[in-house]
Design a protein around this ligand. Structure first.
Ligand SMILES: NC(=O)c1ccc[n+]([C@@H]2O[C@H](COP(=O)([O-])OP(=O)(O)OC[C@H]3O[C@@H](n4cnc5c(N)ncnc54)[C@H](O)[C@@H]3O)[C@@H](O)[C@H]2O)c1
Length: 437
């Protein structure tokens, strides 16, 4: 990363394009609309509420993050998206039943104007859904072109100077990178040949990168996390980030696990289960989609605990993750964790966490922050994988050969130091020796 000589200003309107206009997307959109009319607070959003310490502790410089960094204003965001259902954002938000009807009513006029563009969709990758608002294409390459056309037309229609995209679509079945994902040439050939390893979300991501549109992936799908996409993103000067919004249980996991490890407390087992009854839960009830989520959720503990360095404490952790589809709960998920830990001389203890959370309420501010940070990153000349945005993901993307960072507090330090670096401020190491000289 180079310090930018200039950062282009956030002039004009920013298109925020969301493949998947379901619970998360509509909660994010309605929230921004409410917040910019002064009708609600954007709680949980670092870009709107976070502060950043600058320079010496003696000078108490703690501006709001958006006072230091030239982010786009919420007033300049224009939302659009794709979905396999034709419901507009108001109807979709009503179906999702996350926000109260009286909250939605306040922005109903704006929400109902957001109508989903026809989706790239194939049931081979999301088996539990079927919808009518779907593009037809002779090849996957043709579908890429159709999405590129959608992006250009949306930006023209809405007079946008820039765009970003965030995948808020359903979780696709588990796929691993194969030969078709290895290079730009192989991927382009695979698009022409309708290679079955290229899922719908990859088609959106490819189209976005080709259009110069930064792309983040809120689900655990492969989508933009393979060598050809990294390479294309670097060539086209497009920032990309992923995967899988870090919201409820994994957020707590990456808070508690670093705490236990900091005190060198051992762990024998970590059992996580949760119930949820929204459409996401219905999709995850399919073993193919669950596998994708399971892999994403399992990764965090191993990298935080570093069992190879601490075999006595973490050499044999039994880590299990379950998700149960339970319709009565809707979006109001409940997640339970049972942690079997041990302390001094190996004496056992237990820790129980019962998080009665709301999935989309936790995910919505992440959508906003990612949109603003990705746009800023592009204006600052960053490209390819944006590891400093790991803070927002369960399964962070990192350069080839690097172990991703999962500890929430290290992720936050990295995010803030990246902003300090880009804005020409001193990095903060927390050494503090100067106060005692
Ligand atoms: N809510 C959270 O806390 C959270 C956390 C991490 C990840 N996620 C992920 O975010 C995604 C969205 O979650 P949600 O709760 O909004 O789910 P949702 O089911 O309410 O919304 C997903 C939408 O995507 C649409 N869709 C599916 N395939 C599509 C395609 N190919 N093109 C366009 N639209 C498509 C569906 O029709 C649906 O409307 C899921 O993948 C979920 O796993 C959510």
């Amino acid at each position: 990363m180079h310090k930018p000589s200039t950062i282009r200003p956030a002039a004009g309107r920013l298109a925020v394009l969301l493949p998947g206009l379901g619970a998360v997307a509509t909660t994010a959109i309605a929230g921004v609309m409410l917040a910019r009319r002064g009708l609600a607070e954007p709680v949980g959003s670092l870009t709107q509420m976070g502060t950043i310490r600058l320079g010496s502790r003696k000078h108490a410089r703690q501006p709001k993050l958006n006072e230091l960094v030239p982010l786009a204003s919420m007033d300049d965001l224009v939302f659009g998206g794709w979905d396999i259902f034709t419901d507009d954002a108001l109807q979709s938000a009503r179906n999702a039943d996350v926000l109260h009807p009286n909250h939605l009513e306040l922005v109903a006029d704006e929400l109902c104007r957001i109508r989903p563009m026809a989706a790239v969709f194939d049931r081979a990758y999301v088996r539990r859904l079927d919808g009518e608002n779907v593009k037809r294409g002779s090849t996957k390459a043709d579908l890429v072109e159709q999405v590129q056309h959608d992006i250009r037309a949306f930006m023209k229609r809405n007079e946008c100077t820039r765009a970003v995209a965030i995948w808020c679509g359903s979780t696709e079945v588990y796929l691993e990178p194969t030969a078709v994902h290895a290079s730009i040439e192989a991927f382009e050939a695979g698009l022409e040949a309708n290679d079955p390893q290229i899922a719908s979300s990859q088609i959106y991501a490819w189209a976005c990168i080709k259009e110069g549109v930064p792309f983040a992936n809120g689900a655990p799908n492969l989508t933009v996390d393979f060598p050809a996409a990294w390479q294309l993103a670097r060539e086209r000067h497009v920032p990309v980030a992923g995967k899988d919004f870090k919201t409820g249980q994994t957020l707590m996991k990456t808070v508690i696990a670093p705490g236990l490890k900091a005190r060198m407390l051992g762990v024998r087992g970590w059992f996580s289960t949760n119930i949820l009854g929204n459409r996401d839960g219905a999709v995850l009830d399919d073993p193919g989609s669950f596998r994708t989520k399971e892999v994403s959720k399992l990764g965090s503990l191993e990298t935080i605990f570093q069992p190879h360095l601490h075999p006595v404490l973490y050499g044999d952790v039994f880590h299990k993750v379950r998700i149960e589809y339970y319709p009565p709960r809707g979006d109001a998920k409940e997640g339970w964790d049972n942690i079997d830990l041990f302390g001094w001389l190996g004496y056992p203890m237990q820790l129980k966490v019962d998080f009665l959370c709301r999935d989309s309420i936790l995910a919505a501010p992440i959508v906003l922050d990612l949109a603003l940070f990705l746009d800023f990153a592009q204006r600052a000349g960053l490209r390819g994988i944006q590891e400093w945005l790991s803070f927002y993901f369960k399964s962070p993307m990192a350069a080839r050969g690097l172990v991703p960072e999962h500890d929430l507090f290290i992720q936050l330090k990295k995010l803030k130091n990246t902003l300090r670096f880009l804005m020409g401020e001193e990095l903060i190491t927390h050494l503090g020796a100067e106060y005692y000289d």
